[in-house]
Design a protein around this ligand. Structure first.
Ligand SMILES: [Fe+2]
Length: 295
């Protein structure tokens, strides 16, 4: 393995990795080497450009903390996260589609009763949510575990709301015997992805919007069914067609319908105009895939 040239170096490197003890690792490394080498050839990458790339990745790593994962953000804005999700969670038409988990899920969310107000009194347009969980035949799924989490009216999650110590705008709910679940909260708003690091530089260099359309996050888990991690976006959001993380699917665009002040659903009085959102979630049979980011 001497005197390697640009025409022979790829096979030489591949021969050193493809026989890894773990055959799957060997296959992944071989493909990685081939694609990276082809990328260098295709672009005619210069030494200066290579150094800039190394500097970008170095700073991406340095930006990471226990609460800020710049590499996942980079994966998100390059569409890699949604591509991996699409390959790992193929769903039939009519079943609820997946979307990205995002960085704001918390394990320490409160378990709350059906119909609870999860807003912790934060200001915003009242939102009433009525959900139904069924199987692919329309049969209600009772006792499903439903996680919900979302931003406030300024686009901040609870961890970024000053002075807020306890979890808010998030809860663990359960479906009743009719497959239904309900909660009250405030309407979420569009918000920017973190743009003060290397990913922000990339977004500005390419003239891309950093604004995610407003959304509710939901994760539904029930024995015997594939877990669904998804979002619901308002149909009138201005950012639906330029989501920086490519998470919008038409079946996840929902009618956040406006209503005048008065008596809301399930008899709850509100003296402000409110939003009502109803949605049916259809679970496919199977097991929940292992979540590599959460053991
Ligand atoms: Fe989010």
């Amino acid at each position: 393995m001497r005197d390697l040239t640009d025409g022979t170096i790829t096979e030489a490197v591949v021969s050193t990795v493809r026989d890894a003890k773990d055959p799957r690792l060997g296959a992944i490394l071989e493909a990685l080497v081939r694609h990276v080498h082809d990328f260098v050839r295709e672009t005619g990458l210069t030494e200066e450009e290579w150094a800039r790339g190394v500097d970008f990745l170095t700073r991406t790593g340095q930006q990471c903390t226990p609460t800020r994962q710049e590499f996942i953000l980079l994966s998100d804005v390059l569409g890699v996260t949604m591509l991996v999700d699409a390959l790992g969670n193929r769903r039939a038409a009519g079943s609820t589609q997946n979307s990205v988990l995002g960085p704001f899920f918390r394990d320490d969310r409160p378990a709350l009763p059906d119909g609870a107000d999860i807003s912790e009194g934060l200001p915003g347009t009242p939102l009433f949510f009525e959900g139904l969980v069924t199987d692919v035949h329309g049969k209600p799924v009772a006792d499903a575990q439903v996680d919900v989490w979302h931003s406030d009216a300024d686009g901040h999650y609870d961890v970024d709301v000053p002075g807020l110590a306890d979890p808010a705008m998030r809860a663990l709910l359960r479906t009743g015997g009719d497959g239904g679940f309900r909660f009250r909260s405030i309407r979420p708003a569009a918000y920017p992805i973190p743009d003060d690091g290397p990913v922000g530089e990339l977004m500005r260099a390419t003239g891309r919007s950093v604004m995610r359309p407003a959304h509710l996050h939901l994760r539904i888990t029930a024995p015997g069914f594939q877990r669904v991690t998804t979002m619901l976006f308002p149909s009138d959001d201005a950012y639906l067609d330029r989501d920086p993380v490519f998470g919008v699917k038409q079946s996840l665009v929902a009618d956040y319908s406006g209503h005048p002040a008065g008596t809301g659903p399930y008899g709850t009085a509100t003296d402000e105009p409110y939003t009502l959102l109803r949605h049916t979630f259809v679970l496919e049979p199977g097991r929940s895939a292992h979540d590599p980011l959460r053991s």
